[in-house]
Design a protein around this ligand. Structure first.
Ligand SMILES: NC(=O)C1=CN([C@@H]2O[C@H](COP(=O)(O)OP(=O)(O)OC[C@H]3O[C@@H](n4cnc5c(N)ncnc54)[C@H](OP(=O)(O)O)[C@@H]3O)[C@@H](O)[C@H]2O)C=CC1
Ligand SMILES: O=C(O)C1=N[C@H](C(=O)O)C[C@H](O)C1
Length: 250
């Protein structure tokens, strides 16, 4: 059987370099292009890439996807910076290229995906919840894509359960002290040398708290999810938002 032809964008970066090695090591995949800043996207078409893995920068990802979808190249995207407007733009490109698939995954690690799922399940039972994400200081975006998505899922679960807004008596304080407000859920970002990617979701109710914590200790934690995404996206046209859709989590 012929190997799936894969390109990595951001191949000199922290996660992109690890992803390029993981693709090379997979028997059913062939790394046909490894692009970084200033390389031409034409290499994707010239190399016959069937899937592009984007692990670049929030400022770069939309241009890369415009090219990929426009040329019928499937994409697996870990790059952050997503919002409703960007997702809508990507969806409209995909409508014009209906056989192309794009997976946008806020986090490729199984533990982080489960953190989101457990948090979504727990949300309706607690009066209060806050998210704390902790990352290395070279990270460009805050809050992390994972934390933003976690907060959105929690907020949606709270709304579905018709919970009232969270109690918070704060009327005075330093700007930023209460974190960012994502759909009514506070998200706090820590940037610290020595860390990689970590998240805590703390729920509070009468006389108790529940903490769901996940730690990515090495970029290898993201590789099984990236490889799964590459294998599945070629037969999943349209936009898939979240790796959970490629996992049997029920
Ligand atoms: N979804 C997930 O599970 C994960 C997602 N991420 C996300 O992946 C992204 C990259 O993270 P990280 O590896 O730490 O960042 P790095 O800065 O280490 O790597 C990004 C690389 O992409 C390069 N780059 C920038 N623009 C382009 C472009 N247009 N084409 C090709 N290459 C480009 C950068 O070059 P230069 O430095 O010269 O600009 C750099 O080499 C971030 O958004 C991060 O949040 C990270 C880990 C897991
Ligand atoms: O920049 C990182 O490192 C990571 N980015 C993703 C995010 O913003 O959620 C995934 C993971 O947290 C690592």
């Amino acid at each position: 059987m012929s190997k799936l032809r894969v390109a990595v964008l951001g191949a000199k970066g922290r996660i992109g370099s690890e992803a390029a090695r993981a693709v090379e090591a997979a028997e059913d995949l062939e790394l046909v292009a490894a692009l970084d800043q200033h390389d031409t996207l034409e290499t994707l078409t010239a190399s016959g890439a069937q899937v592009a893995v984007d692990l670049t920068h929030p400022d770069s990802v939309m241009g890369n996807l415009d090219f990929c979808v426009g040329h019928g190249i499937h994409a697996v995207v870990g790059t952050t910076g997503w919002n409703d407007e960007r997702l809508a733009r990507l969806t409209s490109w995909l409508e014009a290229s209906p056989e192309t698939g794009v997976l946008v995954a806020p986090n490729f690690s199984i533990g982080a995906v489960l953190t989101m799922k457990f948090s979504q399940s727990a949300a309706r039972y607690f009066e209060s919840v806050e998210v704390i994400e902790l990352h290395h200081p070279n990270k460009a975006d805050a809050p992390s894509g994972t934390a933003g998505r976690t907060a959105q899922l929690i907020a949606a679960a709270r709304q579905e359960a018709q919970l009232p807004p969270q109690p918070d008596a704060t009327v005075t304080g330093l700007e930023g002290a209460r974190g960012a407000d994502v759909d009514g859920v506070r998200v706090h970002s820590v940037r610290l040398r020595g860390l990689l990617a970590h998240q805590e979701v703390i729920f509070g109710g009468e006389g108790e708290t529940l903490t769901v914590r996940h730690d990515s200790l090495h970029h290898s934690s993201f590789m099984p999810g990236i490889l799964l995404g590459v294998r599945r996206v070629v037969s999943t046209p349209g936009l898939t938002y979240g790796l959970e859709h490629f996992l049997d989590l029920s």
